[in-house]
Design a protein around this ligand. Sequence first.
Ligand code: FAD
Length: 680
Amino acid sequence: MGAVYDLEDENTTMTLKPVSGDTNLGMNDAITRRDFLGSTLLASGALLFKSITPAELLAAGATGAAADEFTGYGGVGEYSTSNGNTLAVLEAGHAIRDRVYDPLAKDVIDTRETYDCVIVGGGISGLAAALFFQRLSQRESQRQARPGMKCLVLENHPIFGGEAKQNEFLVDGKRLIAHQGSAIYQLHSPDSFIAQFYDSIGLKAQKLDYQNWAGPLPEMPLSQTPYEAVGLEHGQYGFWFGARFGQKPGMWLIDPLGKNLKGAPVSEATRTEWLRWLKSTPLQGDRFIHPKVEGDAISRYLDSITLEQHYMERFGLSRETVRTFLSPVEGGASGLGPDALSAYSDYAFEMLHPVTDEYSRDQMFPGGNTTIARLMLKSLIPGAINDPAINDASPGPDSVTAVTVNNVNFDALDIPQASARVRLSSTAISVQHDGKKGDGEPGKSDSVSICYLKDGKLYRVKGRSAVLAGGSWTTKHIVQDIPDSHRRAYAEFYRSPCLMANVALRNWRFLYKMGMSGCRWFEGTGNYMEVRKLALTGVSDSRISPDSPIVLSLKILYSFPGHSTEEQGDLGRAELLGTSFRDYERRIREQFTEMFGAYGFDAQRDIAGIILNRWGHAYLSPQPGFFFGREGRPAPREILRNAPFGRIAFANTDLAGAMDHRYSILEAQRAVQQLLAIFK
Ligand SMILES: Cc1cc2nc3c(=O)[nH]c(=O)nc-3n(C[C@H](O)[C@H](O)[C@H](O)COP(=O)(O)OP(=O)(O)OC[C@H]3O[C@@H](n4cnc5c(N)ncnc54)[C@H](O)[C@@H]3O)c2cc1C
């Protein structure tokens, strides 16, 4: 392999080129964040060039320099003002938490609008709720020969999608796209509910075509998603060990599986057990049987222990090995390391039964599940995405590619006559059943009042029903008359933060030269990265080579093993929210330089842009007992799912305990069906 990829030394430990100071790291360069530096940032002067405390940052407000220093560069295109939770979104959210609008002012602007359903949250779950409401209520209206029902979606970000959004960079004239959060989807058999849902929004061919290799250099197999790590099996993957392992400078172990971890700076005992994990070989005599249906005996057992305990039992791992080498990536789909999670959290995703034959690799659009959110919006409001076909070869305006790349027609989202409307940059702050004296009894009330904040003003709309699809972290604060049972249930939902840092590179020759398409490290900023070939959905290049500009996505999680699930989320959030854009940028540049500086990588030259997507409450991290309850008590999620509370039903993927857009859809369907029963 060394010869093939022009790698001089397979067990490469090389001296790093000394790089120090912001200038060498490229911190002060006009890269693709030129427009960002050129406007408010330069005007704000000194603020940029010193570290800023979280208190100073937040005190400085949602606009101007502080917003720039928190939110940072947002890229180009429609998503450029909506990279993760921007400072404006964060402030509106914290105003709810801190009850800033409680009691509600008398001068709330009454829009005099009444909808049959008001949906809070315009992520996949909220959009799915609107679609189900539109489709199912139409049938009900026809049956009852009454006018069609109407719904309104309130979404706090400037663009719909929730975690299913994308970033766009313009690098040397090429548009690069990457996901902000929700990335992959699995293949489902055509007769499954999920496949039929995809079909109904226009995603008829689930399997996508991807970029091909461009010569003349020998082809390196590439992953289709950030999680696939194909290089691990093919010998084109690296593990990096730095100061934590006594390595100064750090060292690479390339092809760690092929080399059976020989050369890794770890003890023989650690090597043996870690290898067992990496090669998926449980201890001899392992009798573990995967759960078959949710709630069977094995799933209940798994929910009574931590994922850490489960891995230790099955693979004979020490706690230290789990925490050093597995955490937080294993468990990463639930935001924290295995010590904080119910063991069942690893299996909850399997219960959706995707196709599992050898051709069923996970799929990903260039911007991840952004395309699925856009297809849903286009189905809900046909004029929402502009129609002109992208080129003559396009099969038509509703083709998946056209919906991916054509502009959103923002004016079409909130039209009075429409059966579904989507109101953006609107944060719901209060939801309450109506009554004669404003203190409605949920069981008897026939409407719900929803107040929302938009452009600094408070508005009120009414709904004959409401779906709360924004997630536990806001729902528990905004439903004013929420009963104690539901409040207690939501108090057991712990959400953890995540920073998705998208790093645009001018090329990835240095990785190719090292013989790697992906790598993993165990200290510093981030944990892994993966060069991925893109699905051919609106990308300008149908081929990829080491000379191609790419985006590497660093999913940064915050795990603090030894602390409770709740504490880990709080500690992580403090770090995520208290670190400026500039500090994160510096950390990323330093991490890359430390790892790749000796192999031809130059941060100043090679990094074309960085976008940070801060998700303060990214993941539901289910603790033991979350799924099936503890000590004979019902699981918290069941209290929220069993029945609507008056005219309010609850959705969002977190109710499933597994963060997955398919659960977002299923929870929305259940919530809408519960509410429509009220109208019968
Ligand atoms: C980093 C990351 C990676 C992921 N990767 C994948 C993946 O690869 N595949 C996959 O299937 N899933 C993935 N997920 C899971 C993801 O949660 C789901 O796929 C899905 O996007 C969630 O949709 P949702 O509507 O349930 O929640 P969200 O996407 O969170 O949508 C809720 C929306 O409601 C808004 N909102 C909340 N409160 C209010 C309020 N009071 N007023 C107005 N609006 C409000 C929120 O800001 C948000 O926009 C990932 C999640 C994260 C965080």
